[in-house]
Ligand binder design. Structure first.
Ligand SMILES: *[C@@H]1O[C@H](CO)[C@@H](O)[C@H](O)[C@H]1NC(C)=O
Ligand SMILES: *[C@@H]1O[C@H](CO)[C@@H](O)[C@H](O)[C@H]1NC(C)=O
Ligand SMILES: *[C@@H]1O[C@H](CO)[C@@H](O)[C@H](O)[C@H]1NC(C)=O
Ligand SMILES: *[C@@H]1O[C@H](CO)[C@@H](O)[C@H](O)[C@H]1NC(C)=O
Ligand SMILES: *[C@@H]1O[C@H](CO)[C@@H](O)[C@H](O)[C@H]1NC(C)=O
Ligand SMILES: *[C@@H]1O[C@H](CO)[C@@H](O)[C@H](O)[C@H]1NC(C)=O
Ligand SMILES: *[C@@H]1O[C@H](CO)[C@@H](O)[C@H](O)[C@H]1NC(C)=O
Length: 925
């Protein structure tokens, strides 16, 4: 009897399967396959294996019955119309992710048929038109992202009100106009709301106060007006509030405008800039101890900067510029030990600069210009060793320039103009070897220009105008002057003749020597400048063939001088020629003497070869020998820009050698990236950055020589099981720390800062101890404060920060994101892939940390190692935030690793990804 029952069950089961898998479903699933092929995306653009079911195709996922439930081809460039995908053919679709696919056309009305859809992600395409009203049928929707398209019209209220399960709504950067619909208040489960960069008008609907589950709200860059009521305080879970660039104000009286600050106990990012906030900063500000970024710039905040600011000890960026603040800078400012960016410019702050400012050891950018500060900070200024941007212009500073300024070795930008600074220009200024911008104009400086100014080889902008500086203008070495782009020495008492090299004015955008006591003949080059009269007027003794000046009268003396001059040049040329010929002969003879080869140009003690430059011929033969003429057997990898070989040199030393292939060498882009890498790596030194031993840039051979890394790259080390197991948890956390320290060094200790732009697991190398080294600087860039940061996209697919889809602006936050991906990859043992796209979704947030950690390693429970992993994971997720501003800086990450004070409150196996993501790292203390 029992067995009979069993048989019946089996038969029924089989029958069900036949029924389910057979006739109706198969037809529907072939219909789906056909619909996929009809788009031309699969088959043509995306290669497919026709012998497999469409469920196996790239980006497609199916349920057990073979119905398509997910289409995710995000970041796959199609450049086609979205309408080609026939929505009606996929009634079971749950996830549709077409982010950044280059899609155009409008959002088809048929999208309303996808009644089971939970995730609709269409950001960063070129979609046009309006939102179809049929979207209202998607009642299951959890995440909706249409950002970065050209969708116009208003945000339809019927749509917004029909999404009871919506957790994340992103409609930013579309061009929506009209108001924010009142019905938005019904989205009671909403965690993330992004409406920034649209043309929204009207007031904030009162109903928004019902969004009590909101974690992040961004409505910046719109034209929203009216007041913010205290009701907004019901969004008590907010961690990030961005409402900058609107017309918002506060009505409640008295004008304690920002009293609303007190509502958010866990706020870390608050950007209220460029609105119409009035009143003063309330003392309650001091309660926001979790804040890491505070920007209230460009409002009408008045009153004093109160001492409570000292309570915000986790702050790393404070911008109160462009307000009506008066009073003095409180001494408590010295508590802001983490602040790296401080902008108090354009206020009415007076008094002395407090010495406590010197305690802000993390400070990189300090702008207090356009205030009424008197007396310059003195010796304390010398302690700000990370400073690279200092602007104290337009104040009432009335001291001499402190000689300690010479300690600010990393300074790139120094502006002290429009003050009452007197005395001489200190020679210590010549120690600021990174300086590119120096403005001391409109002061009371006297004396001569110190000759040390000639040590500033990187200087491009020099303005000393409107002072009482005297002495010969030729103090600035003529060959140095040629490098300048901007030179203003006007309105001083400089004397002497203008050196001839002033005529090679090719680089110069602006030069001004007017109103001095210069005399003699104007150099030829000035004839070709369009406004040379303006540049030279007010110098009574000048003559020459420039309009507005008298011609020079013939003087036999001068012409004799000219003969002497020409004679000297001729002599120099002859002598150099002789040396050149001798040198070449000498060199050729030496060529075969083996031992001298590397010593030839080595610089430092005993090093086999320090960085030597540009001589292909000497090294070439050795390298050929060491790599058996670049035999494939010695090739240990092929990178983006060339192949990497292992080479044992005659001395026994093993090095890695990256060689550009000849064909590639003819490609300017590769050539550029190679030279870039050389430039970068010869300037930086860090224990977690690969060391460059030498290089050769020559048509015949283009290669770089690095220290050899026994364990290859991180990507491979994680890929192969036996190697991956050797990378135990301690080692992996160390790898993550090493990368963090290296990036922090590049972003904060290099002047100007360097962004790598291509951090990926293949660019992290491991030595025999499995210590991590950042490599491949082919696309790295310096960030200069005054140059454009726009650039072409660089990086490796799967590691690129999402905002680079919208903006081509390079900044260090892109590296932070890529670091996050590599760190997560290190913890998971494989690239996080889809997990990255779905971080905001509920289902991902419910995943337990233990379930994503590399299963090839023993599970973690308690103890120091588990704590380290949780810390690394929580820092990792904070680096992966989609909003660049809310990612921590690498300095911060590196410091958190060094501080290591985190102790988790619960065992590792009970921690979910959602908890890690929503727990702010600034809380970890
Ligand atoms: C907020 O929600 C409550 C209860 O759901 C409702 O009674 C109230 O009208 C809502 N307020 C607004 C302004 O929508
Ligand atoms: C600032 O911090 C001090 C010491 O931690 C505390 O006593 C004070 O209440 C804080 N002020 C505010 C306004 O929270
Ligand atoms: C500072 O500003 C406040 C508010 O605008 C004003 O009442 C006060 O008089 C100002 N103080 C000084 C010294 O200007
Ligand atoms: C400081 O703020 C002012 C006004 O908002 C701005 O013009 C200036 O560029 C800022 N300085 C820095 C260094 O960002
Ligand atoms: C500098 O200015 C302050 C305030 O205006 C004044 O008290 C002080 O005497 C001045 N110092 C010098 C040396 O002029
Ligand atoms: C992890 O690996 C390193 C080096 O391979 C080793 O020194 C260390 O003892 C290992 N740690 C544990 C906990 O096994
Ligand atoms: C370029 O980026 C650096 C660092 O992020 C920033 O300080 C600088 O102001 C930027 N320059 C421009 C022109 O935006």
């Amino acid at each position: 009897m029992d067995s009979f029952k069993y048989c019946v069950v089996v038969v029924v089961w089989i029958a069900t399967n036949i029924i389910l898998n057979a006739a109706p479903i198969i037809s529907s699933s072939t219909e789906e396959a056909e619909a996929l092929l009809r788009t031309g995306w699969w088959g043509k653009t995306i290669p497919v294996d026709n012998s497999t079911s469409h469920c196996e195709w790239y980006g497609i996922s199916c349920n057990k019955l073979g119905n398509v439930i997910g289409i995710d081809i995000s970041w796959y460039y199609l450049g086609e119309e979205l309408e080609k995908l026939n929505m009606s053919s996929f009634p079971n679709l749950v996830n549709l992710d077409l982010s950044n696919c280059g899609l155009n056309g409008s959002i088809p009305r048929e999208i309303g048929r996808l009644s089971k859809l939970k995730y609709l992600l269409l950001p960063a395409n070129r979609l046009t038109g309006t939102l179809p009203l049929s979207l209202a049928n998607l009642t299951q929707i959890v995440e909706l992202d249409i950002s970065g398209n050209s969708i116009s019209g208003s945000i339809p209220s019927t749509i917004v009100s029909s999404f009871p399960n919506l957790v994340s709504l992103n409609l930013s950067r579309c061009g929506f106009n009209g108001g924010i619909p009142y019905e938005i208040g019904r989205l009671s489960k909403l965690n993330y709301l992004q409406l920034s960069y649209n043309e929204l008008t009207g007031m904030l609907p009162l109903s928004m106060a019902n969004l009590t589950q909101l974690l992040e709200l961004d409505i910046s860059h719109n034209s929203i007006s009216g007041s913010i009521s205290t009701e907004i305080g019901r969004m008590w879970k907010l961690t990030s509030l961005q409402i900058s660039y609107n017309y918002l104000t506060v009505t409640t009286l008295p004008v304690r405008s920002l009293h609303l600050l007190v509502f958010w106990p866990t706020l870390t990012l608050l950007d209220l800039s460029a609105n119409r906030f009035l009143g003063w900063i309330p003392p309650e500000l001091g309660q926001l101890s979790t804040l890491s970024l505070l920007d209230i710039s460009s409002n009408q905040i008045s009153g004093h900067l109160t001492s409570e600011v000292g309570n915000l000890s986790g702050l790393y960026s404070l911008d109160l510029s462009q307000n009506l603040l008066n009073g003095t800078i409180p001494t408590e400012i010295g508590n802001l030990k983490c602040v790296d960016h401080l902008n108090l410019s354009y206020n009415k702050i007076y008094g002395a600069i407090p010495p406590e400012l010197g305690q802000l050891s993390a400070l990189a950018v300090l702008d207090i210009s356009s205030n009424q500060l008197s007396s310059l900070l003195t010796s304390e200024v010398g302690q700000l060793s990370r400073l690279y941007y200092l602007d104290l212009s337009q104040n009432l500073l009335n001291r001499t320039i402190p000689t300690e300024i010479g300690n600010l070795k990393g300074l790139i930008h120094l502006n002290l103009s429009y003050n009452k600074i007197y005395g001489a220009i200190p020679p210590e200024l010549g120690q600021l070897s990174m300086l590119r911008f120096l403005d001391l104009s409109q002061n009371l400086l006297r004396g001569i220009i110190p000759v040390e100014i000639n040590n500033l080889f990187t200087l491009q902008y020099l303005n000393l105008s409107h002072n009482f500086i005297s002495g010969l203008v030729i103090t600035i070495r003529p060959d140095h002057i040629v490098n300048f782009e901007y030179l203003d020495l006007s309105h001083n008492h400089l004397s002497g003749t203008i050196p001839i090299s002033f005529s090679s004015t090719n680089n110069w955008q602006s030069i001004d020597l007017s109103y001095n006591d210069l005399k003699g003949e104007i150099p030829q080059g000035f004839q070709f400048r369009s406004n040379s009269f303006q540049e030279l007027r007010g110098n009574k003794g000048l003559c020459g063939s420039v309009e507005g000046f008298p011609p020079c009268t013939y003087s036999p003396n001068r012409s004799r001088n000219r003969f002497v001059y020409l004679g000297t040049i001729l002599l120099v040329v002859i002598i150099s020629l002789a040396f050149l010929i001798l040198g070449t002969v000498f060199f050729c003879c030496k060529k075969d003497r083996k031992n001298t080869k590397f010593e030839e140009r080595s610089i430092k003690k005993g090093n086999l070869f320090s960085v030597w430059n540009y001589d292909g011929r000497i090294v070439y033969e050795d390298i050929i020998k060491a790599t058996d003429n670049f035999d494939i057997r010695n090739c240990v990898g092929t990178g983006g820009h060339g192949s990497v070989y292992k080479a044992q040199l005659p001395s026994g030393e093993v090095v890695a050698l990256k060689k550009l292939h000849r064909l590639e060498a003819e490609e300017p882009a590769f050539d550029r990236s190679f030279k870039n890498e050389v430039q970068m790596l010869t300037k930086i030194r860090h224990r977690n950055i690969i060391k460059l031993y030498g290089f050769c840039l020559h048509n015949r051979c283009m290669f770089l020589i690095y220290e050899y890394m026994e364990r290859g790259n991180l990507f491979c080390a994680l890929r192969y099981d036996d190697e991956a197991v050797e990378l135990n948890w301690t080692t992996r956390v160390n790898i993550i720390k090493g990368i963090a320290h290296a990036l922090s060094y590049m972003h904060y200790d290099c002047n100007p800062p360097i962004v790598h732009r291509d951090i990926s697991s293949s660019n992290i190398l491991l030595d025999s101890e499995s210590e991590a080294f950042v490599s491949d600087f082919g696309t790295a860039r310096w960030l200069y404060p005054n140059s454009s940061n726009q650039t072409v996209l660089a990086g490796t697919f799967g590691y690129i920060a999402p905002e680079l889809a919208y903006t081509m602006e390079v900044n260090e936050k892109c590296d932070v994101y890529s670091f996050g991906v590599v760190a997560l990859e290190t913890l998971m043992g494989r690239h996080p892939g889809e997990l990255l796209q779905s971080l905001a979704s509920e289902s991902t947030q419910n995943i337990m940390l233990n379930d994503v950690l590399d299963a090839r390693l023993p599970a973690l429970e308690h103890g120091i190692i588990a704590q380290d992993v949780v810390l690394a994971a929580s820092l990792t997720f904070s680096c992966l935030r989609s909003e660049p501003k809310s990612r921590p800086t690498m300095l911060r990450v590196s410091q958190e690793f060094l501080a290591c004070k985190y102790s988790p409150t619960r065992p590792l196996r009970k921690i979910s990804l959602g908890q890690l993501m929503n727990q702010d790292i600034y809380l970890i203390k």
